[in-house]
Design a protein around this ligand. Structure first.
Ligand SMILES: Nc1ncnc2c1ncn2[C@@H]1O[C@H](COP(=O)(O)OP(=O)(O)OP(=O)(O)O)[C@@H](O)[C@H]1O
Length: 409
């Protein structure tokens, strides 16, 4: 900016000529002069010389936004509609629900409810405003053919029934005064666009075309369920191979590098799409068995005495040190802005905010019901998690997905 030519600054033509005639050809040349130099060179008064410096400085300073302006904009009338998860503790922790313009990762073991969470979000976005939804489109990228139209319909019907019941009882808490249209569930389902890429290459192409699809379907949410599946099919699973899955060391390293390269490209594309479209992108990731490479970092609770540090998850089995972590390694982990860890403890399910620019670690308990994920009000939660020898290590260890040494996982 400081190298900008004086001839391109918005100044009085006579003043511009004077500056160039005195060899002050760039903004930097002018700003390096003090007011006294300018008075002498250009015959200006003290006030005029200072005004010139302030003007040139203002024209060459990179644009900025204050924190106050950002806050006002985020809460203003033109702010993007909130994308609430329907889990009150999570929504209040994330302040505006699932954040727009960035990637939110859902990570957890099989069967814990990651896809159910995605279906719940698709229902919340596609439902009409009369039922508390956004009446907007969803782009659901289903890499594992696990999207269930029947389950989505079940969630929509249950939510519509709940909205009707609330109206019948005279509650006005739901937004949108209009009546709930017959066929609201079918209309909502038409707003959900399902893409099923068969390879990482196709996935990459589809992400490239996201802006068109999003605009055409007025989408307010993009889901990728899941990010690891295709890459693991094409390039293998490092953790499994290390446990004796075959392949020489050099072949494995080559595979991992290829996979990381492809995933790095896809992650960058997704991040760019989230930012340019100002949309929340919800991405499912699996857990993998951690490969032991030296001592583990202490758990966050260890310092405060709240919980023991991470250790092998009881009963997780497998090789390495037997503990679990988010798959896909460092490159991917750094692209993730918000990480939600879903975990089972016995018969109970917990969701933890393990990484977020908006809040500290928050934990809630949930169940999966007809409407999707529902929070369980649980006064004994801190005791359950931090006083429970089984729960604490499991819930703590997944924090380290972003900075641990098992990048190949
Ligand atoms: N209609 C339903 N009502 C209540 N619970 C359900 C219903 N459908 C599925 N579930 C619950 O959801 C669980 C499966 O969740 P989900 O498919 O989201 O797992 P996931 O974390 O995506 O697993 P994976 O990584 O293996 O795909 C089942 O174990 C079951 O408990």
């Amino acid at each position: 900016m400081a190298t900008r030519q004086v001839s391109r600054l918005t100044l009085a033509p006579q003043l511009r000529d004077h500056l160039t005639a005195n060899n002050l050809t760039t903004a930097r040349d002018v700003l390096f002069c003090g007011p006294l130099d300018l008075m002498e060179l250009l015959g200006l008064t003290w006030q005029q010389a200072n005004a010139l410096l302030a003007d040139v400085s203002a024209q060459t300073t990179p644009p900025f936004t204050t924190a106050w302006e950002l806050l006002t904009e985020a809460n203003g009338p033109s702010a993007a509609p909130l994308l609430r998860t329907g889990l009150p503790t999570l929504d209040s922790a994330l302040r505006r629900g699932v954040p727009a313009g960035s990637i939110t990762e859902l990570v957890g073991p099989g069967g814990v409810g990651k896809s159910q969470f995605c279906h719940s979000m698709a229902a919340a976005v596609s439902l009409p405003a009369e039922c508390g939804g956004l009446g907007a489109g969803v782009v659901y990228i289903d890499t594992e053919r696990k999207f269930s139209a029947a389950r989505l319909q079940e969630m929509l019907n249950a939510r519509i029934a709940a909205a009707q019941a609330a109206r019948a009882e005279g509650h006005r808490a739901l937004p949108g005064p209009g009546p709930i249209a017959a066929g609201a569930a079918a209309q909502a389902m038409q707003r959900v666009v399902v893409l099923s890429p068969a390879s990482t290459e196709e996935l990459s192409r589809q992400i490239e075309l996201l802006p068109d699809v999003v605009l055409r379907h007025h989408a307010r949410l993009v889901v990728v369920d899941s990010i690891a599946a295709l890459a693991r099919t094409e390039y293998g699973n490092a953790g499994d191979r290390d446990r004796g899955g075959g392949g020489g060391a050099s072949g494995l390293a080559g595979n991992i590098m290829d996979r990381q390269q492809v995933l790095g490209r896809i992650a960058a594309q997704l991040k760019a799409a989230a930012e340019s479209l100002a949309l929340p992108v919800l991405v499912v990731n699996q857990v993998t068995t951690r490969i032991s490479r030296g001592p583990q970092p202490p758990g966050p609770g260890a310092a405060s005495g709240q919980a023991p540090g991470p250790g092998p998850a009881p009963g997780s089995g497998g090789g390495g040190d037997g503990s679990l972590g988010a798959a896909l390694g460092l490159k991917w982990a750094h692209c993730v802005n918000t990480r939600l860890v879903l975990q089972r403890v016995g018969e109970r399910r917990f969701l933890k905010v393990a990484k977020s620019p908006a809040c500290a670690a928050v934990i809630l308990e949930y169940v999966i019901g007809p409407t999707g994920l529902q929070q369980v009000d649980n006064a004994d939660l801190p005791e359950v998690l931090y006083g429970n020898a089984l729960a604490a290590p499991i819930l703590n260890e997944l924090d380290y997905g972003a900075n641990d040494a098992w990048a190949a996982g």
